[in-house]
Design a protein around this ligand. Structure first.
Ligand code: SAH
Ligand code: SF4
Length: 363
C-alpha cells in the first residue's frame, strides 16, 4: 500500500521520513513542494536526492480528489465539483471579493445532522472526507485559480462551510487545518480560517485545545423549542450548553468573538421577538451576527424572509450594539449559495428507511 502524502501534516510527514531513516528537514522540503508549489510529481522535486525520489515513487503517491466540473457564476463565484469515489461528489466554492478571496470547502459527503432547511442535510450522509480530500480541495483550487508571480495565494481565506459538519469529522479536519496554518504549506493565519459548526459541544472543546481557528456557530433559533426543530443536534447539546461552550472557546480563540450564523426563514424565526430573545440568549457571549437569507431548494418547505423583515431584524440586534451583517447571496445562478451545495451523495444512512411509511416497514 502506498501512502498518500496529502493525508499527512508536518508531524505525519516527519514520522513517514523517520521510518525511512531521513531527517525532519526532508519532511519540510517535501511539504513545501507539495503545498507551496503544488507539485505532485516526485521526479520534479529537484532538491531531493534522486535515490530518495525513486524510493518515494514506489512507497508514496500524491492523490487529490478528481476535479469533475468547474463552473463560473455571473458574479465571479466559481464552483468546483470533486469526485470522491463510489458515486459521491462534493463541492468547493471560490468567492472573490475586492480585498480577499475566500474558498469554501466541504468536509463530508452529505451530512447526518439533518437540519430542516439544508439541502446537504436532506441528502443524508455517506462518509467523512479524508485529509487528502479536504486539503486536496485547496490544492486543486490553487492550481485552477493560478498562483500570482510573487507566489502569494489568490485564496486568502478559507471557510469550512461547504457540505458536511466539520466537527463530526474532527480528526481529519484538525489535520487539514494544521496544513492550512503551516508556513511550509498554506501559511494562512488562524484568523483567516473559519470553521462553522451546528454546535457539537465536545468537539468544540477539542478544537479549542488542539487547533483554535475563527469560529462560526449556526444558531438559527433563539430558544430550544424552535432550535430542536430546525437544528436537531440541539436535542443533544441544547442552547445553554452551546453558549457555555462558546464562552470556553473564546478563551483560546484567535478572535475575541464568535460569529453566530442565522438563516432567515419567513414567519419561522424572523419576528421582532426572536431578535430580542437572541439578545438575551447571547448576552454573555462576545459575538457578531451574520444573517443568511435562506437559499431555496426544491421541496424545502421554507421561504426566505422579506428584505424589509431582515433589515428590521438586523436593526434590533444592532440597536443593542451587536455588529450584524447580512450575507450577500453569491453564486446562486450556479447553485453555489449557502445550503444549495448538493454535490452527489449516495446516502448510506437510515434516512431513506425512515421515510418509508410505518405500514410498509411492518410488512
Ligand atoms: N455544517 C456546518 C457548516 C456547513 S453549512 C454548519 O451547519 O454550520 C454553512 C452554513 O449554511 C450554516 O450556517 C448553515 O446552517 C447554512 N445553511 C444551510 N442551508 C442553508 C440554506 N438553504 N440557505 C441558507 N443557509 C443555509
Ligand atoms: Fe449538516 Fe450544516 Fe446542513 Fe445542518 S446545516 S445538515 S449541520 S451541513
Amino acid at each position: 500500500m502506498t501512502v498518500n502524502l496529502l493525508d499527512l501534516d508536518a508531524a505525519g510527514l516527519t514520522d513517514f521520513f523517520a521510518h525511512l531513516g531521513e531527517k525532519p528537514f526532508r519532511a519540510r522540503q517535501v511539504l513545501r513542494w507539495l503545498h507551496r508549489s503544488g507539485e505532485g510529481d516526485f521526479a520534479q522535486m529537484t532538491d531531493v536526492a534522486k535515490s530518495m525520489r525513486e524510493k518515494l515513487a514506489t512507497l508514496a503517491c500524491v492523490v487529490p480528489p478528481t476535479l469533475v466540473s468547474d463552473k463560473l457564476s455571473d458574479d465571479g463565484t466559481r464552483k468546483f465539483l470533486f469526485d470522491v469515489g463510489s458515486g459521491n461528489a462534493v463541492e468547493t466554492v471560490f468567492i472573490p471579493e475586492d480585498n480577499r478571496g475566500t474558498l469554501c470547502i466541504s468536509t463530508q459527503a452529505g451530512c447526518a445532522l439533518d437540519c430542516a432547511f439544508c439541502s446537504t442535510g436532506k441528502q443524508g450522509f455517506n462518509r467523512n472526507l479524508t485529509v487528502a480530500e479536504i486539503i486536496g480541495q485547496l490544492w486543486q483550487a490553487n492550481k485552477a485559480l493560478g498562483f500570482d508571480p510573487k507566489n502569494e495565494r489568490i485564496i486568502s481565506n478559507v471557510v469550512l462551510m461547504g457540505m458536511g459538519e466539520p466537527l463530526a469529522n474532527v480528526d481529519n479536519v484538525i489535520t487539514a487545518l494544521r496544513l492550512m496554518l503551516d508556513d511550509n504549506a498554506y501559511g494562512l493565519s488562524r484568523r483567516r480560517v473559519t470553521l462553522s459548526t451546528s454546535g457539537l459541544v465536545p468537539a468544540m472543546d477539542r478544537l479549542a485545545e488542539e487547533c483554535p481557528v475563527a469560529l462560526a456557530v449556526s444558531l438559527h433559533a433563539p430558544n430550544d423549542q424552535l432550535r430542536d426543530r430546525l437544528v436537531p443536534i440541539n436535542r443533544k447539546y441544547p442552547l445553554a450548553e452551546l453558549m457555555a461552550a462558546c464562552r470556553r472557546y473564546l478563551e483560546a480563540a484567535p478572535r475575541d468573538f464568535v460569529t453566530f450564523e442565522y438563516v432567515m426563514l419567513d414567519g419561522v424565526n424572523d419576528h421582532d421577538g426572536d431578535a430580542r430573545e437572541l439578545l438575551r440568549l447571547t448576552r454573555d457571549v462576545p459575538c457578531k451576527f451574520n444573517l443568511i437569507p435562506f437559499n431555496p431548494f426544491p421541496n424545502s418547505g421554507f421561504l426566505c424572509s422579506k428584505p424589509e423583515r431582515i433589515r428590521r431584524f438586523a436593526e434590533i440586534l444592532m440597536g443593542a450594539g451587536i455588529v450584524t451583517t447580512t450575507r450577500k447571496t453569491r453564486g446562486d445562478d450556479i447553485d453555489a449559495a449557502c445550503g444549495q451545495l448538493a454535490g452527489q451523495v449516495k446516502d448510506r444512512s437510515l434516512r431513506t428507511l425512515r421515510a418509508i411509511p410505518v405500514v410498509a416497514r411492518a410488512l
